[in-house]
Every structure is written in C-alpha cells, then in structure tokens.
Design a protein around this ligand. Structure first.
Ligand code: HEC
Ligand code: HEC
Length: 688
C-alpha cells in the first residue's frame, strides 16, 4: 500500500469507539440533528427520536439505512451535513449493545402539556418535622445536613444580601445577640441590598452603558435606569409592578418620571448607529426587545421563531411577529447617528417613545427577511400559553399594546412569570436554580429538580407575599436548606477545585460552595482595605485600566478616561460598562455577557484570574491601604495586626497555626505583603 492510500484509510476509518453512551453520545446527537423534525413538537414520518423508549427495535434498521443512504430523497437528516462516519458508527454500536437508555428518562409530553405552561397550583406542604415549608419539601422526614457555624453564616448572609463582608462591630453584635433573623431584616433594609441585587437583574436585562458596535457610543443617562432598579429593590416594589413599569411605564394611568425611566429597559440593547441595511436593523432592534422580554419575564426562547417556526418549542413565527406587533409602534429617538433623550417633566430620559396611538402594520417576515412580507398580524401572546388572547385595548396617546402585554405577563394567572422570578432568586441564594436553565422554561429547558417546591414558592410569592421579593429572600434565608454547611461538599469535591463538575451534580436545594462574583470580590476588597466610597447613584465611574488593555485601540488616548481613585472606589455596580472595552478585572472574573440576557454567571478558572488577584494594580494598591488601616487600627503589635486582618477579611480569628505562620512571614516580609496574601486566600472569595 502506498503512503497516500494508507493515509487515506487512516482518515476515513473511524477510530474505534468505546461503547456508545446514550446520555453522553446518542441523545445529544439526536437532539442536534433529528429532534427538530422527530420530537414532541413535530413528528415527521410519525417518528419520534427524543427519548430512548420511543426508539423501538423496528426502526433501528431503517434509521441506519436513512443516515447512510446515498439517495438524496431518502437521506436523513434531509438538510445540512450528513452524519459523520464516527456518528453513524456510534449509533450502530448503541443499537448492537441493546439500545440501553436510563429507565428514568422523562418522555417529553405533548407540548401543550409541558409543566411550565400549566397554571400554578399550590401543592400541600409535605408532612415533616420541620416548621419551615422549604425544609419540609426538601428534607421531608429526613435529617437536614449539618448547619454552617454561626460566624460563617453571618459572613455568608452579608455577602449574599449586600455583597460586602460584616464589619467588626457587626461581628461583635452578632456574637452577643446571635439572631440571624435580626441580621437578615437589618440587611434587607439597607441600601447596599439594592446595590447588590440590582446587579443580578442588570445581568438578565443585558445592561450596559454603551451601544457596542464600531462607535460604541455612550448611552446618555442610561444610569438612571440602573438607579431605578436599585431603588425599586430597596423599596421592595412588588415584582408585578416592576415588570409593568419596565415594559409600559409610559402607558400607565399613574405614570411618573420614575415609571418613564423604567422603560429604559427597552433601549438597553446593543445598537448599530450606522447600519448597512436600515430595514434589517429596525427588525434587529425589535428582535432585541422581543427576545429579551421572552427570556427575562417568561423564560421563553421566542427569538428562535424569527426566521422559522421554533424547531424545538411550540412557538411559531406568527407568535414571534405578534409580539413584534406589540413593540412595533416604538420609535428610537435619534438625530442621524446621535441618540436623543426624551424630556419628561424637565429631567432627560433615555428610552424609546410612541409618537402616536396609530400602530403601523406588522407582517410575518418570510424567513425573517425584512423585504418578504407574509400574513398581517395583530398583537398577541404565544398561543400555546392561553385559551383566550388577553385584551389589547386601544389608547389615546399611545397604542397601549405594551400595557396589554405587561398586564398579561404580570397577572397572577400567568403560568411562567412567578415561576421564573422565584427560580432566579433561588439560583442567586443557592448557586443553582431549581430549574438550572433560568432563561429557558420551555421543552428544551431543564426539568425542575423539585417541581412541587417551585410551584409552592411561586404560588406563595404571588398570593401570600404579594410579589414582595424581600419576603421571598427572608423565607429562603431562614430555611435549614440555605444554612447548610458547605464543609462536606468541599471534602467530597476535594478542595479547592470549585470548577469541578462533581459540584454541579449537587442538589440545587443545598447551599452551594462557590466563588463570589466579580463585583462582590472587588467591593469586598475595597471594604476590607477601608477605601470603599459609599457614594450612591448618578453617572458611572471609570476604574483605572491597565495601559496594555488600551494599546490595541486606535484612539487609546481618548477611549477611557479613568476617574480619580476616590471616585473609582465606589461599588462596582457604578462602574461604566463599555461593551467594546470591559474593565479587565471584571471581565477576567466573569462579568455577565453585555450583549444578550445572561441567566447565570459563568465561573471559569483561568490563569489571568490568579494574576489579577495576586499581581494586578488594583489589588496591590488595596493591599497598601489595607496595611495602613491595620497599623492605624491595631497598632504595631504583629499579633494584633494579624488578628485584626483576619477578622476584617474572613470574619474569624486566625488559628494558632495560621498566626504562627503569619508571624514568621512578617519577619521577612512587609505588612503590605501579608495583606496581599490575605486577599488571595481561597476563603476570601469562596465564602463557606
Ligand atoms: C428537517 C426535518 C427532518 C430532520 C432534521 C430529520 N428528519 Fe427524518 N424524516 C423527515 C421527514 C419529512 C420524514 C418523512 C418522509 C420520509 O420518509 O422521507 C422523515 C422520515 C424519517 C425516517 C423514516 C420513518 C418511517 O418510519 O417512515 C427515519 C428513520 C428518519 N426520518 C430518521 C431521521 C434521523 C435519524 C434524523 C437525524 C439524524 C432525521 N430523521 C432528521 C424529516 C426530517
Ligand atoms: C436569522 C434567522 C434565524 C434565526 C433567528 C434562527 N434560525 Fe434556525 N435556521 C435558520 C435557517 C435559514 C435555517 C435553515 C433552513 C430551515 O431549516 O428553515 C435554520 C435551521 C435551523 C435548524 C436545523 C434545521 C432542522 O430542521 O434540523 C435548527 C435545529 C435551528 N435552525 C434552530 C434554531 C434555534 C434553536 C434558534 C434560536 C436559538 C434559531 N434556529 C434561530 C435561520 C434562523
């Protein structure tokens, strides 16, 4: 055999495979290539391939014949690339080995029977020894896991609700009066609560201070929307009202400057101010609003129905364009490339507006093309969710279409809204949602791990708590589930390997050991060093950026004018988010995607994180301040300095071993170096 022929054989002969695994190999392949036509939404040729139990022995032969067929009319999948030889071999092996699949695999129901499309009903709280309903659902008659130690819980609850560690006086008070309920109520009443939790909402609504694209211009006064979110949370605005204000605050009978600012939500998206194709651009902007609205409030990936009926969900292009019809009356105020704000009661507001109550016509666009008009559509909500369409009454100044939609979303009968928000709150407290796909409650989303608990919470939230997020926080934080110790998890996963996937297999109903988000890390460092500038609200500040990060920009002298150190030492939620140039420290520590709705922060573990925390300018600077603070507050005695540092940063005394090591360290190194070490301890960024 000559060399070329030999090589050829190596290339075309599939490598021998280990026996194909259904969950790992087969199911993902079928989902990617077949289920769009052979699933619960569509059953072409009367065949379903979306669960192992549905793939009967009779089809094995036919299926292999179809995927290997050279007849283009026979071949499966009919569109796109053929399956690769390795994929075909995998199917063959799986059949040969008996087509084994997990017996507990859920067979997707008819789309209309999907769990999250059904009305929320309140299940009874299971009989248990626990007085707390969450614990009754989670543990039933079992023992709860060990609880975290009181001081660890104090630190956990401070970081969770405010993103800042407890001060020494707060620790002392708690030691004397160890009531976590008192602490929770106190923290929920603080302005820092809104500053922490607003950031979670900003992730979901794709907040940024600039437009993205080539020019990446600043969005004037967009920070008013950010401040609106902080204040709404601090005032415990009922969530249903919060939803309505953001979608239709300008259409409310009791509209105010505040409710107008809320509609900034509509204009947060990235935006090209010099589009090559203005018609396409117009639909891209509407798509940004429709897609974000679907994910944020309803947990639906409606954006996938823009060009074709959704391949995996019962959402048709007609559903998509009926939502486009809701937002189509909006105009983006601009003068050429310059964005304009709208004057409302004398303060400038950054939003879209509806110039009249007459709505333009909206058509289905064939294959999403802005020039190929299909059927005319009226405003409507996705048909699968309703027996009868909600009312879209006509308005006088505006069309009131957004108000109609918002009222339907915020209604107690909407099957999705309360489930989706309750799950988001749970996710932030526990590290993982009861539904792990927080933006996707559709057929392709994950099934809830505790369906009854989720429904109980959603019903309780609407009917008992009257949509109060603070009541929901309180309920969750007073459960034993949330107070469970993470020590065992860490032992199991082999500390410190927090990116280890064994952690993600943990039950979402137990507090999950995890790294703090970028903002909480940066803010905690500032709090501990004594430099945190508590100034609230108003225009964003710009933290210093390493020169190297600016080098790549053509206008590197103008692109980023850093604030002075005091101004830049404000909480990270006030940092300017420029889509084209994200503050490197925040980006390295996994800030949210700035372009589309981010349901959950990624937690990557990469070398630049260690470099940022160990040798970045910011941390070095703060270590200096921290050392100065220690000298000022603890005097010159190294033991006192170490103990003070431990309490400030970690909320506990050093062990005798730690103390001895640190004392030895201080013989050769400066206090500033010691401070750097402390800010780099795992415990600092991974609260117990
Ligand atoms: C774009 C839609 C589409 C996709 C994707 C698709 N199919 Fe099909 N499939 C069809 C249609 C339409 C038929 C019925 C017409 C026919 O028999 O050709 C069919 C028929 C079949 C049949 C014959 C059913 C019977 O009993 O008559 C098999 C087997 C099959 N598909 C397997 C697959 C597999 C395996 C995949 C993925 C690798 C796949 N199909 C992907 C559209 C699709
Ligand atoms: C901008 C237009 C557009 C959007 C938005 C879009 N698609 Fe598609 N998609 C296409 C086109 C074009 C095709 C190929 C022709 C077809 O199948 O209609 C396609 C094909 C597909 C196919 C393979 C065809 C098949 O039947 O197997 C899948 C699966 C798919 N899309 C899923 C999605 C999902 C999921 C989303 C949302 C995340 C999405 N699409 C959003 C344009 C789009």
């Amino acid at each position: 055999m000559n060399r070329i022929a030999h090589l050829f054989i190596i290339l075309v002969t599939p490598a021998p495979l280990a026996a194909a695994d259904y969950a790992k190999d087969i199911k993902p392949l079928l989902k990617e290539r077949c289920v769009s036509c052979h699933g619960s939404v569509k059953q072409k040729g009367d065949l379903r391939l979306d669960a192992g139990a549905l793939i009967s022995k009779d089809v094995h032969h036919d299926l292999l014949a179809r995927v290997t067929s050279s007849d283009e009319d026979e071949r499966m999948p009919p569109e796109g690339a053929r399956l690769t030889p390795a994929q075909i071999e995998m199917l063959r092996q799986w059949f040969a080995a008996g087509a084994i699949y997990p017996k507990d695999e859920v067979i997707p129901k008819k789309p209309s029977e999907h769990w999250s499309f059904q009305p929320v009903k309140r299940p009874p709280v299971p009989a248990s020894t626990f007085g707390h309903p969450i614990d009754a659902f989670v543990f039933g008659k079992n023992e709860p896991p060990p609880q975290a130690k009181p001081m660890a819980l104090l630190r956990r609850v401070h970081l969770d609700l405010t993103g800042l560690p407890p001060t020494i006086p707060e620790q002392e008070r708690f030691a004397k009066e160890p009531s976590l309920e008192r602490v929770i109520d106190g923290l929920l009443a603080r302005p820092e609560y809104g500053e922490r939790w607003a950031r979670h909402w900003l992730d979901v609504v794709r907040y940024a201070d600039s437009n993205g694209y080539e020019r990446d211009a600043e969005k004037p006064f967009v920070w008013r929307y950010r401040d609106y979110v902080i204040e709404s949370l601090n005032n415990d605005k009922p969530f249903n009202r919060f939803v309505i204000e953001q979608l239709a605050g300008d259409e409310l009978p009791d509209r105010s400057v505040e409710t107008h600012i809320a509609t900034g939500f509509l204009r947060l998206g990235h935006w090209d101010d010099e589009p090559a194709d203005p018609a396409a651009d117009r639909y891209d902007q509407l798509d940004d609003i429709v897609s974000t609205t679907g994910q944020t409030f309803l947990g639906l990936t409606i954006g996938c129905a823009r060009c074709h009926d959704h391949k995996f969900e019962p959402l048709a292009t007609r559903d998509y364009y009926s939502l486009v019809a809701v937002f189509n009356p909006l105009q983006r105020p601009t003068k050429g490339r310059t964005e304009l704000t709208i004057p409302v009661d004398g303060t400038e507001i950054y939003t879209w507006n509806e110039p009249s109550a007459k709505a333009p016509e909206t058509h289905v666009l064939v294959r999403g093309s802005p020039t190929r008009f299909g059927d005319l559509v009226e405003p409507a909500v996705p048909a699968i969710l309703v027996k009868q369409q909600p009312q879209f009454p006509a308005g006088e100044k505006t069309t009131q279409r957004r108000l109609g939609l918002a009222q339907w979303i915020a209604s107690p009968n909407n099957p999705l809204t309360a489930r989706v928000i309750v799950n988001r709150v749970w996710q932030q407290h526990f590290g993982q949602g009861l539904v792990t796909t927080a933006n996707d409650f559709g057929l392709m989303g994950a099934a809830p791990s505790h369906p009854e608990l989720l429904d109980w919470l959603a019903h309780w939230f609407v009917h008992d708590a009257k949509w109060s997020l603070k009541k929901l926080h309180r309920l969750i934080l007073t459960s034993s589930a949330w107070r469970s110790s993470s020590v065992e998890q860490r032992a199991k996963s082999g500390e410190p390997k927090p990116s280890d996937s064994s952690l993600s297999a943990l039950s979402p109903s137990l507090y999950r050991y995890r790294r703090l988000e970028a903002e909480a890390i940066r803010d905690s460092i500032l709090a501990v060093s004594g430099q945190l500038n508590p100034k609230r609200f108003g225009p964003a500040m710009r933290p210093a950026i390493p020169v190297a990060a600016l080098e790549a920009n053509t206008d590197k002298d103008k692109i980023w004018k850093a604030s002075d150190e005091h101004e830049a030492s404000r909480r990270s939620i006030y940092a300017f988010i420029k889509r084209g140039l994200v503050v490197p420290m925040l980006e390295t520590l996994d800030l949210a995607d700035t372009v589309s709705s981010c349901p959950q922060r990624q937690v990557t573990t990469v070398a630049p994180q260690a470099l940022t925390l160990f040798n970045g300018d910011f941390v070095n600077q703060q270590a200096k301040h921290f050392a100065t603070r220690l000298k000022r507050e603890a005097g010159d005695d190294p033991t006192k300095q170490i103990s003070h540092a431990w309490r400030l940063a970690l909320c506990r005394e050093p062990s005798s071993d730690e103390l001895a090591k640190m004392r030895a360290f201080l013989q050769n190194e400066s206090l500033e170096q010691l401070c750097r070490v402390i800010l780099n301890l795992n415990e600092f960024v991974y609260p117990e």
